[in-house]
Design a protein around this ligand. Structure first.
Ligand code: GLC
Ligand code: CA
Length: 563
């Protein structure tokens, strides 16, 4: 079925890092409003914002202290209403990030909950008396340290699978579920068009709290299977969908670790009545070696094609998929999957070509449209992510990893790589803010920035613009079938998108070598026209055999006779 969220191109904004308008070094909603015309001009239809609710920012908004209000730093409710209005005026939609697996420990529910064992809010969270004078089990938290925190007032432990300032909500409590549903309704009424449910697959835990397996001499157990993708999660999602989203307009997206194209059906299958799409983690650790500080060559067939094509080849009854490489929890696309030095422009545009010509909704992560890179020269003190400092204790302070390797690992793996301020121009602080930014600007902003790329016809930014227009003007690229060719080729990724005999042929060279593309003999086509490439091409109509240049990408319009 045709939907606005299938046809639109989305853009993810990490609000703190996008544009500061009041000179406090923190991005804000007015900053987004200021840049809406830039986004519109780029071809964006949907804006997805990382959390903007009130929060003490232990985890930059993923620790909410008031679900019904907007962070003061971001400009409060008034600016949010203005933003929705300005977006809708331009025919754009807004997706809000909803964090309902946990709250901040400063949320009034938790403030009450920790007061006494019989407080009416006690069961809004997960409390345990502990075992043998210690925590209930050896579960670790995603951000380092134990998943349990002893609370002095009642002498019991509460569960937090993220930081200790982010206690997990108890979804087994029907009262809690009603509160959450009311809260979502509130934002729908404000005009929000869709939601990204954070960490949604963690809503249920194994309440037997068994010890988890210990790996590699680490202190905490591998707890994930006890808190992720458990059957009851589906009951909770179904309930929200049924009770809150009883009309078929909004888009519901879930963040679901441990789920990929072969099993996403359990969340997005049309007959399941749960979510429309899931954000997976398939691209997060591509190219990662045994340890965080080691690299491994990307295997195009296994690491990229199998996964990207895997999502493409599902039938629509299994759900729609988002097309993305990066977000606020990964590193920069061109640094992880391309070559961010010698072939910066070529590899960034090659990756964009794949992202924007496959089937699904593209989510462009802010800054990827100009090829922003990892912060390779960050020192330990430049990092801001709570996980960096917690894990320092678990790995460096215990002697498991040297400080040097840990820092090298951060350069490759830290989420802060993709949270540095948007590079608007080559002025002070990259034009992001008048004041010192909350997180250090990437030093390459003098050469990589929006202003200079807008002026350069051959820039990454202008390539994105052209590509987005091609996608929007051609339904083949949105709803067309996906037919992969030369699947086993380990340097070239190529495929056809078609609707009847009208088709696009996409050919990209994923590395810095010069492989030869050969059109398989059983594919017959004519009316060949090259519509976009990241190189000058003088052999534009000959697609039988092409010697490709490093990271070369080509998009052809063709008439397909047989394949
Ligand atoms: C999700 C978010 C991540 C956050 C975590 C806890 O994984 O994407 O940024 O830290 O949930 O809310
Ligand atoms: Ca600000």
């Amino acid at each position: 079925m045709n939907k606005w969220w299938k046809e639109g191109v989305a853009y993810q904004i990490y609000v703190r890092s996008f544009k500061d308008t009041n000179g406090d070094g923190v991005g804000d909603l007015k900053g987004i409003i200021e840049k809406l015309d830039y986004l519109k001009d780029l071809g964006i239809d949907i804006v997805y914002l990382n959390p903007i609710n009130k929060s003490p920012n232990d985890d930059n908004g993923y620790d909410i202290s008031d679900y019904y209000d907007i962070m003061d730093e971001f400009g409060g409710m008034h600016d949010f209403e203005l933003l929705i209005e300005e977006l809708h005026k331009r025919g754009m939609k807004i997706i809000m990030d909803m964090v309902i697996n946990h709250t901040s420990d400063e949320h009034p529910w938790f403030v009450e909950s920790r007061k006494s064992k019989d407080n009416p809010y006690r069961d809004y969270y997960i409390w345990h008396p502990g075992k043998n004078g210690g925590p209930p089990n050896n579960w670790g938290s995603f951000f380092g340290g134990s998943a349990w925190e002893l609370d002095d007032t009642t002498g019991e432990y509460y569960l937090h699978i993220f930081s200790k300032k982010m206690p997990d909500l108890n979804w087994r409590n029907p009262k809690l579920r009603e509160e959450i549903k009311d809260m979502i309704r509130f934002w729908m009424e404000k005009g929000v068009d869709g939601f990204r449910f954070d960490a949604i697959n963690h809503l249920e835990k194994n309440f037997d709290f068994p010890d988890a397996e210990i790996k590699n001499g680490q202190i905490y157990g591998d707890f994930i299977k006890h808190v992720q993708n458990l059957p009851k999660v589906h009951d909770y999602i179904k309930e929200i969908r049924r009770d809150v989203f009883n009309r078929d307009y909004h888009v519901l997206i879930g963040e679901t670790g441990g789920i990929s194209y072969h099993n996403a059906y359990i969340y997005t299958g049309l007959d399941r009545q749960e979510l429309d799409m899931t954000f997976h983690f398939d691209m997060h650790s591509v190219g990662r070696g045994e340890n965080d500080w080691e690299r491994k060559r990307i295997d195009l067939v296994k690491d990229i094609k199998e996964k990207m094509s895997g999502w493409q080849l599902r039938d629509e009854g299994q759900g729609w998929c988002p097309l993305f490489y990066s977000n606020h929890d990964t590193t920069r696309t061109v640094s992880r999957l391309g070559n961010d030095s010698r072939y910066h422009r070529e590899s960034a545009t090659m990756l964009a070509t794949l992202q924007l010509t496959q089937k699904g909704t593209p989510f462009i992560y802010y800054g990827d449209e100009i090829g922003m890179t990892n912060a390779w020269d960050y020192k330990l003190e430049d990092y801001r992510d709570v996980a960096v400092f917690n894990k320092y204790k678990d790995f460096v302070e215990t002697g498991l990893v040297s400080e040097e390797d840990y820092l090298k690992g951060l350069h490759y793996m830290s989420r802060d790589n993709s949270r540095t301020p948007m590079q608007w121009n080559d002025d002070k602080n990259a034009g992001f803010s008048e004041a010192e930014p909350w997180i250090r600007v990437n030093t390459n902003y003098k050469t990589i920035n929006v202003e200079s790329q807008l002026k350069d016809e051959n820039s990454i930014l202008n390539y994105y613009k052209k590509l987005i227009q091609i996608r929007k003007n051609n339904k083949e690229l949105i709803y067309g079938d996906f037919i992969e060719i030369n699947r086993e080729h380990d340097e070239i990724y190529s495929y056809i998108r078609r609707m009847e005999d009208s088709a696009f042929l996409v050919i990209v060279n994923f590395f810095d070598k010069n492989p030869e593309f050969i059109l398989p003999g059983d594919i017959k086509l004519n009316d060949v026209k090259l519509v976009l490439s990241n190189y000058e091409c003088d052999d534009a109509d000959n697609i039988k055999k092409i010697k490709l240049r490093p990271y070369e990408a080509r998009v052809y319009r063709v008439r397909l006779l047989t394949c």
